[in-house]
Design a protein around this ligand. Sequence first.
Ligand code: AFP
Length: 322
Amino acid sequence: MRRLPPVLLEDGCPRELISLIRTVLAACKEISFRVGQGALSGVLGSTLDENIQGETQKKLDVLTNQLLKDILLESGYVKAIASEEEDFTVAGNPDAKYIVAFDPLDGSSNTDINSLVGTIFSIMEAPEGADPADQSIFMQPGKNQVAAGYVLYGPSTVLALTTGKGTRFFTLDKTHGTFLLTEDFASIPEETSEFAINASNQRHWQPAMQNYITDLIAGDTGPRGRNFNMRWIAAMVGDVHRVLCRGGIFTYPTDTKDPNKPNKLRLLYEANPMAMLIEQAGGIASTGTERIMDIQPNAIHQRVAVILGSKNEVETCLSYHK
Ligand code: AFP
């Protein structure tokens, strides 16, 4: 099986970008070990703190954020970082070319039940001559990403990665500490009979999503004329991985549950990198009204509605929004 650096070199990926990706992965290998230790290393449970988004931080949120932050900033390969767990962006090497946005541990509430969690990352180039302390260098649409990926800490540790030449899976060989190519070009089936949504929010959704899900649930007795199955992992990284592996539609739509927070998922370090992986595997990623990767961000922790997955099913869902 092939290791990651030669695969990316063959794609013509710049050496500096490969080094940066390997730096992210060095941190992820450490995270994989820590997550795997579970209760043995005393890292489960919550801290007494909240992040800027008002969410209680898990001990592992804090630990994984610190790990990624330290390794990335020490490497010299990043001009600045943005993280779900940092109030503001953090400046790095002024001479570096790249900026990285990440969610260090997506689905962190799953750690306490020994279920799926992952690290999501998005890499872009900083504008030339930009000040590393200037937050606005992150205000670029997702289509500017030069690489995006996640590392899923499950029964095996899997990296999904794209540098714009398809979406690939690499599996961590824990005996040697290397990520080996296990699927070269992931391709999402266009048709699916599987959907993922937190159905407990149904009464808060907008009419378009209400109508779409009602028709899916009606199955062969409704307008769709066939049955659909539902899955929900409560970690986007797990749900998106399933969609990349066997198709499906995943959505976290706008809702009215909390008027101050109409959307849940974050654009820069959740929606954008997942959108790039999905599109590179032949799927679609939209908010319901526009392509996710076309959105011009206006804040580091901006949230957006997400509808992504199998092409034909996402298009059907979008037709309810027209
Ligand atoms: P964290 O990154 O704070 O752990 O949140 C996970 C998440 O944003 C996303 O990964 C899931 O799809 C979603 O939350 C699950 O939310 P519910 O609480 O609605 O199940």
